[in-house]
Design a protein around this ligand. Structure first.
Ligand SMILES: Nc1ncnc2c1ncn2[C@@H]1O[C@H](COP(=O)(O)OP(=O)(O)O)[C@@H](O)[C@H]1O
Ligand SMILES: [Mg+2]
Length: 429
């Protein structure tokens, strides 16, 4: 224990120092005649107890107490006041400022030792308590961490199960649709050829001008001329509809990549985004235009199914942010530019970079610091799960050793940037 004694009488200092050294163990004493110098020392070294005279030339004892107790770094130091006058008011002031006890001058040897011993005992108890408190705080922190981890793991498990389930369902539906769609398309092509022949035949009849009144009447009643005109348009519309269906089924199959939830495979990022855009078209088509700006990037090693889920989350979030912006503008009767989502890919050394930018509502700083936390959502209850971004974070950083960053300005928009390494060092499951 380190003790500092302040008194402007050299004799008192020597006497007190001697008495304490003779009667107490494991203490270290420094004495000061000048309280200003003493305070300087107190600020610099680890002092446990200060014993100070009340009336001194440079600075009185009250000031010393004030100085120590008013300093966050020193306030734990105990202060004993030594006083010769029984000046009750001054002593009370010292207590008010935080002194713990007083000693009457001239010293009674036993009283001095008893009071100092008491003070030291209290200090040692306090230290033990502080130690315990620190332990408890540490354990509390550990528990909190464990709880956070548990939450993340739990949410990851829930999501993984859901994803796998949805993926399986999508893959199944796509597979089932693939066959009928295949024969519809091939039958339709045949139909196309047959119809062409029929039309040619009808033309030949027309050329013969054999029509009697009956046929003329029939043609008129049934809009024959219109039908002939409309026929080819109908066929070509149907053709492009079928082509789109084929695209959707193919995308659904590609998107769900049921095996790519379990294994690292070669994955074409641009293709993944394209497929995801087809799957989510219904989400964005009335709200935003999507512009893609794809660079020729190499395929990377990835769990493609999971990466596609990240793309889906980011697109859906962007659409929601744009919707929010539009709703707000509607309420305030303001015009707002049309929603736009831009998706850009590029490569930087060993990474491919994917940027998702929207001109939606953006986020405040307080929101921005929490979006990757599991279950954090600003959406109304029952709307958002708050899992999209925490899972995305897990997929990008933990499963692929990549990085996901976000920039956002309120009322202007948001950009999420993903960095994915082209090669994975080892599979981590
Ligand atoms: N593009 C974005 N623009 C504005 N806010 C966003 C955007 N993406 C995410 N956020 C914010 O992050 C929150 C968490 O997103 P997410 O984890 O996907 O959960 P959820 O979409 O279910 O709320 C959202 O509720 C929203 O406040
Ligand atoms: Mg979301």
């Amino acid at each position: 224990m380190k003790i500092i004694i302040i008194d402007d009488s050299k004799m008192m200092l020597t006497m007190a120092e001697k008495l304490l050294y003779e009667n107490l163990y494991r203490i270290e004493i420094e004495t000061f005649k000048n309280p200003v110098e003493a305070l300087e020392r107190i600020r610099k070294s680890n002092v446990d107890l200060v014993i100070t005279d009340l009336i001194m030339k440079e600075m009185n004892g009250i000031e010393v107490v004030k100085e120590i107790k008013g300093n966050k770094k020193l306030e734990h130091i105990k202060v004993l006041i030594v006083t010769s006058i029984m000046d009750y008011d001054t002593l009370m002031k010292c207590y008010e400022y935080g002194a713990s006890d007083y000693i009457l001058k001239p010293f009674n040897k036993n009283e001095l030792i008893a009071r100092v011993r008491n003070a030291l005992r209290e200090i040692s108890l306090q230290k033990k308590l502080a130690g315990r408190l620190e332990d408890i705080n540490y354990q509390h922190e550990k528990l909190k961490e464990a709880n956070e981890k548990l939450k993340v793991t739990q949410s990851a498990l829930i999501q993984k199960e859901q994803l796998a389930g949805i993926g399986q369902l999508a893959a199944g539906v796509a597979h089932e649709m693939n066959n009928p769609l295949g024969f519809i398309i091939s039958n339709f092509n045949m139909l196309n050829q047959y119809v062409e022949i029929f039309l040619k035949l009808m033309n030949k009849y027309d050329d013969l001008e054999l029509e009697d009144e009956n046929i003329k009447k029939f043609k008129l009643e049934n809009d024959y001329d219109f039908i002939i005109d409309d026929f080819s348009e109908l066929l070509s519309d149907t053709n492009s509809g079928l082509a789109r269906l084929k695209d959707i089924v193919k995308s659904l199959k590609g998107f769900s990549r049921i095996n790519d939830f379990k294994e690292l495979t070669e994955f074409d990022i641009n293709e993944g985004i394209r497929e995801t855009l087809i799957i989510t078209k219904n989400e964005y088509k009335y709200i935003a235009d999507v512009e893609t700006n794809f660079a020729e990037i190499p395929k990377i090693q990835a769990f493609g199914g999971e990466i596609n889920q990240v793309f889906l989350n980011l697109i859906v979030n962007g659409v929601y942010a744009i919707k929010k912006m539009v709703d707000k503008a509607d309420k305030e009767n303001k015009d707002v530019e049309r929603g736009k989502i831009t998706i850009k890919t590029s490569e930087i050394s060993d990474y491919v970079v994917i940027e998702f930018t929207d001109n939606g509502c953006g986020m405040k700083k307080e929101v921005l610091t929490k979006i990757f936390n599991p279950f954090y959502t600003t959406k109304p209850i029952g709307t958002g799960t708050g899992l999209g971004l925490s899972i995305s974070y897990d997929v990008i950083t933990n499963k692929h050793n990549g990085r996901i960053e976000v920039d956002s300005i309120v009322d202007v928009g948001t950009t999420f940037t993903i960095y994915l390494p082209k090669y994975q060092k080892k599979t981590n499951d």
